[in-house]
Ligand binder design. Structure first.
Ligand code: SAM
Length: 433
């Protein structure tokens, strides 16, 4: 880790008081423990513990279905590819549970990329209700969208919009909102050396101003009776406790439910701050729903495919969008016209007027189960992830989900005794880890 800025040390000394030496010692140690969140949309924690290819350690105390682990290459693990878990810094898992999300609610994750908290919120919704995961940065939004696909989240809209654009469209719309704000990242100093290099008192002030604006828009989008959780991974009071104090002064319709700060000399994890707020007044707005453009011929093609290759046919609206791609939309999906949308519900596949080609997202979906499956050994599964053609068993035909331990990795199509690999080319790199 680069040397800590002198001014940062002075500030901390002044603000932390007695526990300053212990705090500083902890900051100078390397990061100790890594964490992961089990994707309960696909598997329970108990089950995952039994089949995990590397040992899981003790549960993270402040977050359900999160565990410590020591695996360096967990990102290249077959079950990671199959979307059974999300790698998440243990302390970062503290914010989402404070939102107390229940199945069926409308939830907004306003600053969502790369998607750790989206993974937790989606698990809490259990496939029911709506999750809008938004990220302002286009490149980061793409990564978020890939993670939503890998985790098989069926009721999520991934958007790429500035908060002001969303708040104009969705006043008093959401039951729960998470603002995991961009911050000066002091809590990540041990993990991300760049955070140390970029730190300055001016940057702390700039971050605090930006967070205030984001919070204003979040407040507008929250329905009365709703809950807002604000979190950062910094220690700076300007961005944490003082930010919340200022917000409450100018928003008497909100009250504080709880506030917590995780400090690296007190817990196993990096630094994190989270505050839960309750909005007392106002009603929930109805909002406009999306009206899917349907195409009977495309739907028939999909249902034909489903009859042959899928065990559970999804209920709900199926739309053929302009580019010939079909989606299973979450119930009550809002009208998102005019907002950059990267993903809505589950992409089912493409229909070119003659043929239906299933999408990778359909194989990984937690809401749909493939009937035609080809169970593979670890070595064959890894060959599939490298993009290789596999030998098909006698009599194999059509599309089949290539599975490892029963969990789909993607599609292959049986052609003359071989399985042609249909894993998207962009994903084949994962297998090289
Ligand atoms: N919640 C994410 C997770 O759990 O994986 C981490 C979010 S990160 C702490 C903050 C995010 O806010 C970044 O992805 C950043 O691009 C985004 N951001 C930056 N400026 C923003 C702004 N003005 N409004 C909204 N989001 C912003």
């Amino acid at each position: 880790m680069p040397e800590l800025p002198e001014e940062f040390i002075k500030r901390i000394q002044k603000r932390r008081g007695e526990d300053f030496p212990a705090f500083l010692r902890a900051l100078e140690l390397p990061q100790r423990k890594k964490g992961l969140h089990v994707n309960t949309l696909k598997i329970s924690s108990e089950e995952f513990r039994k089949i995990s290819l590397f040992p899981l350690k003790e549960p993270v105390p402040w977050a359900k279905d999160c565990f410590y682990h020591d695996e360096e290459k967990a990102g290249g693990d077959l079950f990671h590819f199959a979307g059974l878990f999300y790698l998440q810094e243990p302390s970062a898992a503290c914010a989402a549970p404070l939102l107390d999300v229940r199945p069926g609610e409308r939830v907004l994750d306003l600053c969502a990329a790369p998607g750790g908290k989206t993974a937790q919120l989606a698990s809490a919704l259990g496939g029911k209700g709506l999750l809008v995961s938004n990220e302002i940065d286009g490149r980061r939004a793409e990564i978020l969208s890939q993670n939503v696909e890998r985790l098989g989240i069926s009721n999520c809209a991934v958007t790429c919009a500035p908060p002001e654009k969303l708040s104009e469209r969705f006043p008093a719309y959401f039951d729960k909102i998470l603002v995991d704000a961009p911050c000066s990242g002091e809590g990540m100093f041990r993990k991300e050396p760049n955070a140390v290099k970029e730190w300055s008192p001016e940057n702390v002030r700039r971050c605090a101003l930006r967070q205030r604006e984001i919070l204003e828009h979040a407040a507008k989008m929250l329905a009365g009776g709703g809950r807002l959780v604000y979190s950062t991974c910094t220690f700076a009071e300007e961005e944490d406790e003082w930010q919340i104090e200022e917000f409450l002064k100018s928003h008497p319709e909100f009250e504080l439910l709880s506030m917590e700060k995780l400090l690296p000399h007190e817990i196993e994890g990096e630094g994190h701050f989270a505050a839960a707020l309750y909005k007392k007044e106002g009603a929930r707005a109805r909002g406009r729903e999306a009206v899917p453009e349907r195409c009977a011929a495309a739907e028939r093609a999909f249902y034909d495919f489903g009859g042959r290759c899928l065990e559970t046919l999804p209920e709900g609206a199926i739309a053929t969008l302009k580019d010939g791609r079909m989606y299973l939309l979450p119930g009550g999906a809002p009208d998102l016209r005019g907002i950059r949308l990267l993903r809505l519900g589950t992409e089912l596949g493409e229909w070119d007027g003659n043929r239906f080609k299933p999408a990778h997202a359909l194989a990984l979906s937690s809401a749909v189960r493939a009937k035609r499956r080809f169970e593979t050994e670890r070595e064959t599964a890894e060959r599939y992830l490298r993009g290789e053609t596999l030998e098909a068993p006698p009599g194999a035909e059509d599309y089949a989900a290539i599975c490892f331990e029963g969990y789909p990795l993607g599609w292959a199509k049986a052609v003359r005794g071989m399985f042609k690999n249909h894993l998207p080319k962009a994903l084949r790199k994962y297998a090289k880890n």
